[in-house]
Each structure stands twice: as C-alpha cells, then as structure tokens.
Design a protein around this ligand. Structure first.
Ligand SMILES: [Zn+2]
Length: 63
C-alpha cells in the first residue's frame, strides 16, 4: 500500500479502509477512480489534476 492510499478516507458505504486509487483514461482526459476493494463501490473524479487532489476530493466527499 502506498502512502497516499493510506490517507484515503474509509469507504462511506461499508466502512472498510481497503480503498484503492486507479489511474484511468476516459477519452483524452486522465481521471482517477477510487474503488473500495471490499464492497466494490466506485467513484470517479474527473479533471482532478493530481492524485493528491483526487484524494482530497474523496476525503471531502466522505465527510
Ligand atoms: Zn466499501
């Protein structure tokens, strides 16, 4: 597990902490997926420029 994944907030659906960030490409735009490896919940963040920004967006959403 990388440092950034350790800092991802826990899953808002099932409460597990096994969250994984995936780099993905949709069209020409890079974006990131946050996936819960336990319940399979998946959230995508478009137009977040960095992995850190994606992590922050996820952590904001789960509050
Ligand atoms: Zn989950």
């Amino acid at each position: 597990m990388t440092e950034i994944e350790e800092r991802l907030a826990k899953c808002p659906f099932c409460g597990h902490r096994d969250m994984k960030m995936i780099d993905a490409i949709k069209g020409i735009d890079a974006h990131y997926l946050i996936v819960c490896e336990y319940c399979g919940a998946m959230t995508s963040f478009d137009y977040t420029s960095t992995r850190v920004e994606c992590m922050k967006a996820w952590n904001r959403r789960t509050k």
